[in-house]
Design a protein around this ligand. Structure first.
Ligand code: TRH
Length: 387
């Protein structure tokens, strides 16, 4: 038997830096969705102690059912969750302070930060346009001379990458390699819908998932899907508000409500479907990582900046024209023609071109650095410490 090697403490790598992650829930689920996922990646993949400060625990509870909105501090999955309310505890800041989406952490926390081993970052929204790489990592000068940096998640080299757990691809492959398990799991989401459960047994059934904003042209989407060949099951999580829909639905289409799922289960849903319609930021990335054909609805902004995001992604990725037309029709519905454009696009969604394109893009993402690793690399570079 080999003798246990004596470890030289001087040769040990430094402990992973602790992280304070601040999150304000503005609306929807994206703010807390991104922050919870980032907290999990930093802790589970890299061993960072993480404190997640959240101002709205009820929104958080939808993504992680174990959260108790009545507690001021609690620990889940090894992460300390602090209810960020008027009276925040005065704690010694961790090495890295990340404020999500310029949410303005308490000044007393920042005031206690200075020191060569500390770093303050503003994690920005996902950027799809060319300018993102130029702004990523830039310093944001502060009146008191403190050092703060912009950190831009993105798809292109030169940005901070996207959130991707280290075991994600393996988990997805395991899930997709067991169709019987997938069918059983889907049926379990639909205990009161006999029609849907019977459909799930049909081998040729196409599964479509829908997560969109209330202004999405859903009636047009249903018409377009109704014109396509084959039987389809459209799964819509609770809490996803749909616009008013026509009473009658095409005979090849069945719409079913499923529960709003905890984050890891929502991934499984995306992995189980033939076509995913997603919205916002986090579910967009998750659907891309699922590698299945998809349509994205960007979060609407006043000056139509959301359309620039959609165009930016389509341009950067040189998406095929049918994808481009369908995505633009979904994001910019016109009074007429939307159904035709969606139909033309979606006719191709179950063909090889879309499959290959989205599979290739998920493989490309697998080869890129992920956001949590990029944040740590940035920390070590700025502080001069080594990871
Ligand atoms: O909820 P969103 O519309 O969030 C948006 C965007 O992030 C937008 O950029 C931001 O400015 C705005 O909020 C304030 O979409 P998003 O980003 O996809 O977040 C949804 C989260 O909910 C994501 O983490 C996936 C998760 N989710 C589940 O966990 N279970 C579900 O059943 C569903 C439908 C979603």
């Amino acid at each position: 038997m080999m003798a246990a090697r004596q470890s030289d403490p001087r040769a040990m790598p430094p402990a992973a830096p602790g992280v304070d992650l601040f999150c304000r829930v503005i609306d929807n689920y994206g703010d807390i969705g991104v922050c919870w996922r980032l907290a999990c990646c930093l802790h589970h993949d890299h061993g960072c102690p993480v404190r997640l400060w959240v101002d709205d625990l009820r929104a958080f509870q939808h993504l992680c059912r174990a959260i108790d909105p009545g507690l001021s501090t609690q620990i889940h999955a090894g992460i300390e969750v602090i209810h960020w309310s008027g009276s925040t505890p005065d704690l010694e800041p961790h090495e890295m302070v990340i404020e999500a989406f310029a949410c303005d952490p308490p000044s007393h926390h920042i005031a206690r930060m200075p020191g060569h081993s500390k770093l303050w970052l503003n994690l920005e929204y996902l950027a799809t346009e060319e300018w993102a790489a130029g702004c990523h990592g830039m310093e944001s000068p502060q009146p008191d001379g403190q050092r703060k940096f912009f950190f831009f998640p993105g798809f292109l080299p030169g940005t901070g990458g996207v959130l991707r757990e280290q075991t994600l691809t393996q988990q997805r492959q395991d899930w997709q390699s067991n169709p019987a398990q997938v069918r059983r799991w889907l049926a379990g989401l639909l205990p009161h819908d006999e029609t849907a459960r019977a459909l799930i047994e049909q081998p040729q059934l196409q599964i479509v998932t829908l997560f969109c904003y209330p202004d999405a042209p859903v009636a047009e989407l249903l018409q377009a899907l109704g014109r396509l060949p084959g039987q389809m099951l459209l799964l819509v999580p609770e809490r996803v508000m749909l616009p008013a829909l026509p009473g009658a639905m095409a005979s090849n289409l069945h719409l079913a409500r499923i529960p709003f799922l905890p984050q890891p289960e929502y991934d499984r849903l995306l992995w189980s479907a033939d076509l995913n319609l997603v919205r916002g930021e986090d579910s967009f990335v998750r659907a891309l990582l699922a590698g299945q054909p998809m349509l994205w609805q960007a979060y609407r902004q006043d000056d139509e900046a959301h359309l620039a995001k959609v165009e930016g992604w389509l341009r950067q990725t040189r998406a095929p024209e049918t994808i481009r037309q369908a995505w633009l029709a979904w994001n910019r519905p016109a009074d007429t023609g939307t159904v035709d454009l969606l139909e033309q696009g979606l006719r191709c969604a179950n063909r090889a071109r879309w499959h290959t394109f989205f599979q290739d893009f998920s493989t490309y993402l697998d080869g890129q650095h992920d956001l949590a690793s990029a944040l740590l690399a940035f920390y070590y570079k700025q502080t001069g410490l080594s990871g």
